[in-house]
Design a binder for this molecule. Structure first.
Ligand code: 5AD
Ligand code: SF4
Length: 487
């Protein structure tokens, strides 16, 4: 975390530092002055709200945005009726975009009531030219638009917003910069995401991510370790290592290192208790990684391994670079070496040209691998991707019918799979108070399953032993046992 005194030492009348991260701290101090002015005008502390759409990567980015907004004097609000609202957008599927446009209408209403309100849009959707053009034309009340590559410039862009009376737009096509040590406001004090790499080089033919997140860049292992050590010193017991394809981590560093090697290093950090990671591409998952997971005391017993389709024919057109048989062999090996692991996946239904036979192959993989859970998606056409130009887009009613069949199969299996742990005792990280059942807490097993149990809020952030009394399909009801508590 940044330190307030550091900011106060900065002379905003002096020269603007050229080097990051100093440059952004300079602009934070400048913004602090503008926020103080606003506070005087409003007669109260100005408030902010960040809304995250999409994946864990975006959630982590939003914590960075919140870190800056808090650092310059804004107070976090509970709702979008705030003085500064940021939408961190996703564009993986079309409905993510539609939701943003819908919500912008509501924000406009708030802004009419509060003319000092500022609205910022960032994230993957803003990397698309047509989106920015549409906002410039039809959503003139937006104050700031920036993309995925220059998020570290947020403080500098904010200063421009305070100084200019117009829409500020700054979108970069790509970057090779990785800026370290900016402030972060974590959502949970005891767990945190940690970016280990940015971007994606895989170009799966349906996916927009490589176009909006740019080429793969890995952080230096020393920087990652240093960040995790700091997090642990600040109370974090669980980290989630984030990357679009963590299995190709480190390949392009000057001193190449594998993801499995990185995990071994992270495992050594004293005080860190749980390590998760996301997402694994099956084509790059190494035997070394399976071995490290099997031996580790800290790596959670959970692997998210996106399948996308069970048809080797479609996998080829999707550019996934594995076949149905290779995927099945990999899943079997993982289950053999780590018997109580949970396997989860992503599956797309209705990819262009998908036949009933292709779909049945997907169902076959689902039945054989027996996923603990699966995210199922209807194919969404993303302009600019190769799949969008393919003939034979599948009619909506066929997609819906297949989707329903897939969901039914997935849900039946995941309920059966969850049953296997009923009656066992497991270590659980207590995450929060249950929102609906008074006196109950929500916790997470190593394998990522959720359990609800009676307990005191003082247990939040602790890892405790819980008996899984009853399986309710997607979650368990459990009870605290006398077992060892950590921390
Ligand atoms: N349509 C539907 N689902 C998609 N995904 C990525 N691109 C698309 C698309 N165009 C899904 C994949 C990926 C997950 C994050 O989103 O399953 O693993
Ligand atoms: Fe998209 Fe494929 Fe990269 Fe995942 S690996 S982000 S699905 S292109």
């Amino acid at each position: 975390m940044y330190n307030k005194i550091d900011l106060e030492k900065i002379d905003t009348n002096g020269e603007v530092p050229v080097l990051e991260t100093d440059r952004q701290y300079y602009f934070m101090e400048k913004c602090r002055g503008y926020v103080r002015e606003l506070e005087r005008k409003l007669g109260r502390r100005p408030t902010f709200f960040t809304q995250t759409f999409g994946c864990q990567m975006n959630a982590r980015d939003s914590e960075k945005l919140s870190g800056i907004l808090k650092g310059i004097g804004y107070e976090e609000a509970e709702s979008e009726e705030a003085d500064f609202v940021v939408y961190n957008t996703c564009t993986v599927r079309e409905n993510a975009n539609l939701r943003v446009y819908g919500r912008l209408g509501v924000l406009h209403g708030y802004k009419k009531k509060n003319p000092d309100m500022k609205i910022a849009l960032c994230g993957c959707m803003m990397q698309e030219t047509e989106v920015v053009q549409k906002i410039q034309k039809s959503y003139r009340f937006v104050d700031l638009i920036f993309g995925t590559h220059n998020i570290f410039k947020f403080a500098e862009l904010l200063a421009m917003v305070f100084e200019a009376d117009r829409m500020v737009i700054d979108i970069w096509k790509d970057t090779n910069q990785i800026v370290e040590d900016l402030p972060v406001a974590r959502k949970y004090p005891f767990k945190s995401g940690v970016n280990i790499m940015f971007g994606c080089n895989n170009f799966c033919s349906y996916c927009i991510v490589p176009y909006v997140r740019g080429r793969e860049r890995s952080r230096e292992p020393e920087d990652i370790i240093r960040e995790i050590e700091k997090l642990v010193a600040d109370g974090v017991v669980e980290v989630m290592l984030l990357g679009q394809n963590v299995n190709s981590y480190g390949k392009n560093l000057k001193m190449p290192i594998s993801f499995a090697e990185l995990l071994r290093e992270i495992e050594k950090i004293d005080g860190l208790q749980r390590i998760r990671f996301m997402t694994s591409h099956p084509k790059d998952l190494s035997m070394e990684l399976i071995q490290v997971m099997a031996e580790s005391k800290k790596i959670c017993k959970h692997l998210h391994l996106p399948l996308q389709s069970g048809s080797s024919r479609l996998l080829k057109i999707m550019n996934r670079k594995y076949t149905k048989e290779q995927y099945l062999a990999l899943a079997e090996e993982i289950r053999k070496q780590i018997p109580d692991i949970s396997l989860t996946t992503d599956i797309i239904v209705g990819f262009p040209g998908e036949t009933e036979e292709d779909f049945l192959e997907t169902l076959d993989v689902v039945r054989r691998v027996r996923y603990d859970s699966a995210f199922t998606f209807q194919y969404s056409k993303r302009t600019g991707t190769p799949a969008a130009a393919m003939e034979e887009q599948i009619p909506a009613e066929v997609v819906t019918e297949r989707f329903d069949r897939l969901l039914e199969t997935v849900q039946k299996i995941s309920c059966e799979m969850a049953e296997r742990f009923t009656g066992t005792k497991q270590m659980v990280l207590i995450e929060e108070e249950n929102k609906r059942m008074q006196g109950y807490l929500d916790g997470r097993l190593s394998n990522n399953h959720v359990v609800h149990l009676k307990g005191e809020a003082s247990l939040i952030g602790k890892i405790v032993k819980v008996r899984l009394d009853e399986c309710k399909g997607f979650y368990y009801m459990g009870s605290l046992t006398e077992g060892k508590k950590t921390r």
